[in-house]
Design a protein around this ligand. Structure first.
Ligand code: HEC
Ligand code: HEC
Length: 248
């Protein structure tokens, strides 16, 4: 690390007199060494707080909104957990890259939604990054309530998610979305814990080709092959997935 001063002064004078280089006395070198350490620590601490600034700005946006932007939490929940009743998706713990991609898609009109298009368009590029950074940092979904694994609908959802249906060329959801739908960042979003109504709406949107911002049409292809009862079943399962009923 470069210091804003040198010890050349007295040493140079001395060396000029003695005609050979003289190093600074040991106690001065120790002092300079300690000073350098203190400066590095302060510098590192400032750097760290700058890195956190994004998340803080994102938290403010989420909780208070900003001029022209409503607080995200009114729909997405106090901790980004989503709201089942409104079909508002969970954002907490989704990957930053995926969240950012969706905000950009709403803003450019590539992903259609009457509520999110104007909200995303009200954000500048930095606010989008802040919001994505903040929600990605919140805890991912964890099971808190045991699902009813005995229902036939739940069992069908489990089968689609873990095995797919190869007679119809439907791949298992978890091959891309990770074990138990926990997501594989950055491209494959977590599905576990999403409100059932939200997952159902997305699958229907791909089937109807009204959501088309997925890479190489992967989800349009899959959504198009699922029947309505299959969509309902897998959406129910993914809201609270458990492998407890597997093989039964
Ligand atoms: C008035 C309610 C409302 C508010 C406020 C709101 N959202 Fe949304 N948001 C929605 C709805 C509804 C959807 C689902 C859209 C769809 O079905 O495609 C959504 C979807 C999203 C998604 C896509 C999630 C996914 O899994 O693909 C992101 C990201 C998002 N919102 C971010 C935000 C951010 C950031 C804010 C605050 C700046 C915000 N939202 C404020 C209603 C809202
Ligand atoms: C071949 C890989 C692949 C498979 C298999 C797959 N998906 Fe996806 N899925 C994706 C990708 C990629 C995305 C992200 C789309 C985007 O970037 O907008 C996605 C997104 C989704 C979303 C949107 C999540 C959100 O937060 O908006 C849902 C819901 C979904 N998939 C459900 C399923 C279900 C249900 C299955 C099984 C029937 C499945 N997927 C199988 C690749 C896959």
């Amino acid at each position: 690390m470069a210091l804003p001063f040198t010890l050349a002064g007295p040493a140079d004078m001395e060396s000029h007199v003695l005609r050979r280089p003289v190093r600074a006395p040991l106690h001065i070198r120790y002092f300079v060494f300690s000073f350098a350490i203190v400066v590095s620590i302060i510098w590192a601490a400032t750097g760290m707080s700058l890195a956190h600034a994004d998340g803080l700005a994102g938290a403010t946006l989420a909780q208070k909104g900003s001029s022209g932007t409503p607080a995200c939490m009114t729909c997405h929940g106090a901790n980004g957990e989503g709201q089942a009743a409104g079909g508002f998706p969970r954002l907490a713990g989704l990957s930053e890259a995926y969240l950012l991609k969706q905000l950009q898609a709403f803003s450019s009109g590539k992903r259609k939604n009457a509520i999110m298009e104007p909200i995303a368009s009200s954000l500048d590029a930095e606010q989008m990054r802040d919001a994505a950074d903040y929600y990605a940092s919140l805890p991912a979904w964890k099971q808190t309530v045991e699902p009813d694994i005995t229902s036939a609908q739940y069992a069908l959802g489990l089968k689609i998610a873990t095995e797919g249906d190869w007679s119809k060329e439907i791949p298992a959801c978890f091959t891309c979305h990770g074990a138990l739908g926990k997501g594989v960042p950055p491209h494959f979003p977590a599905l576990a814990g999403q409100p059932r109504s939200y997952t159902q709406a997305q699958l229907n949107a791909w089937k109807a080709r009204t959501r088309t911002n997925d890479p190489i049409g992967l989800m349009q292809m899959i959504g198009g092959k699922l029947t309505d009862p299959e969509i309902a079943a897998v959406s129910l399962f993914l809201e609270n997935p458990s492998l407890a009923g597997k093989g039964k």
